[in-house]
Design a protein around this ligand. Sequence first.
Ligand code: TEU
Ligand code: CA
Length: 591
Amino acid sequence: MTDDRPAPADSHGTAWWRRAVVYQVYPRSFADSNGDGIGDLPGLLSRLDYLASLGVDAVWVSPFYRSPQDDNGYDISDYQDVDPVFGTLADVDALIAGLHDRGMKLILDVVLNHTSDAHPWFTESRSSKDSPKRDWYWWRPARDGLPPGSPGAEPTNWRSFFSPSAWQLDEATGEYYLHLFSVRQPDLNWENPEVRGALYAMLRWWLDRGVDGFRMDVINMVSKRLPLRDGPPLPGGDGYGDGWASFISGPRIHEFLRELHAEVITGRDGTGRDGTLLTVGEMPGVSLQDAAAFTDPASAEVDMVFQFEHVELDRDPSDRLAARPLKLTSLKASLARWQAGLAAAGWNSLYFGNHDQPRAVSRYGSADPAYREASAKLLATVLHLHRGTPYVYQGEELGMTNYPFASADEVADIESRHYYQQAVSSGQDPAQALAALRRRSRDNARTPMQWDASPHAGFTTGTPWLPVNPNYTGINAAAQADDPDSVLSYYRRLIALRHDLPVVAAGDFTLLLPGDERIWAFTRRLGTTELLVVANLSDGPAGAAIPGSGDWAAAELLLSNYPPPADATFVLRAWEARVYRHSGRAQPPVG
Ligand code: TEU
Ligand code: CA
């Protein structure tokens, strides 16, 4: 018996997103229709056939709402309208229809932790201490005994992600407001039920319009621990402290997410476990234990979370953009730990890249350009063969790389600019700070999508808002579309494999060779079907001591990024990845 039958109905249900692959579009950088150099919704609409040909099930689109664009749209001034730079509500309707016609779903990116300072809610809130919306945001007087605006007078010592202090003094009333991100992104006060009610109504309005789910920005930061208190001083933090314990997965977070689910999702999500909607919570700093609770279907909070453990392993905790060496053993162990922790209940999302992370192939792949394609395919194989829902970030399916920034002036991202200014003003060598940007800046992921070899990679007829990576003449979608050996064609096969084989979506996961610094190997099992995934993350040949290897070498080779091996050994070529299948096993293999 093979596993061509439907997945067994188990505690994980049969919701579509358990067999799905989601594609992320960063609209500013995807396709520009009108030559202003900024990607837009009509541009995205013109590329839907490309997404359909990849075979993805859903498209998550980063924010396109009205916004001053201080953080490229993650600062929203009207949740129920489209920024003119991206298009109109009619374009969103066309996007919903165009995706649905092609069998794909639309996942909106909603920012519920903060708004723009230009949102009318905030304008009203800041207008006076008596405003009926005063309590919609976090207002606090200066620290006891200190005049507002004097050094150290901020209500707590928290450092913000995008500026020194998380508090901004508002001269009009002499009080400070909280902003965990930029000064233009004030935090909403979720303790106030009117705030939550307004946000839920807005989400329902989008569901009525036909969207199929939500990616919720930093959603585990909405419950703050009261009273707001100083955090432990940060090393080299100029007096700033780490407020993390006051706002990551705070005391009411499960209550708030259950309430959101009950008010927004319940009753619209098909019947029972066969959900038609998808919710994914972006959760920096989330623990495995909390993630299991957030995603257990029994608690009805969110379907899955984006956790950060594996993308923090190569980051120096005291210096957000500085590097620390990454060991393959740590990366494998981290992903395996999450596989095990979410095996019984809950669900994983799987990603190496997004609009906040450097390009996956530049970060985890070979430094040798000769192995760029092989390593892009290898990383995809390893990620997509884990249990969970894989996310593909635009251009990842082409093997797009980091940008060779020659100067800090080429960087537009608010986080990168802040980092660079801080580093240089605190005495760091500018060359070292620039090296950190080249490695880590979010703009590595935000350079325009490389469509073809024409000027500006076919992204725009004007001047792109961020420069196109000079490697676009070689790395682009047109060059890969009809080449069976391209990274793009490989992604199509990988996505089809998940749709065809229930074991890819739902099988159990067992890590092999956890101590090996070059080989990433694991098995997956569902019923009588077993898969072996084995990959060599090094620039030379490497042998893999696979348990029961003789047996596996005789198994069916389902997928590989190299021509089939000449012999039945597990000596893998540089950046080679293989997926084998055994069907009809009566017994678990030894090992
Ligand atoms: O990101 C949340 C977040 O924690 C980021 O600060 C991320 O860790 C960092 O950028 C990595 O270098 C979300 C959005 O994805 C991001 O684009 C927004 O800037 C941020 O929230 C604020 O809305
Ligand atoms: Ca445009």
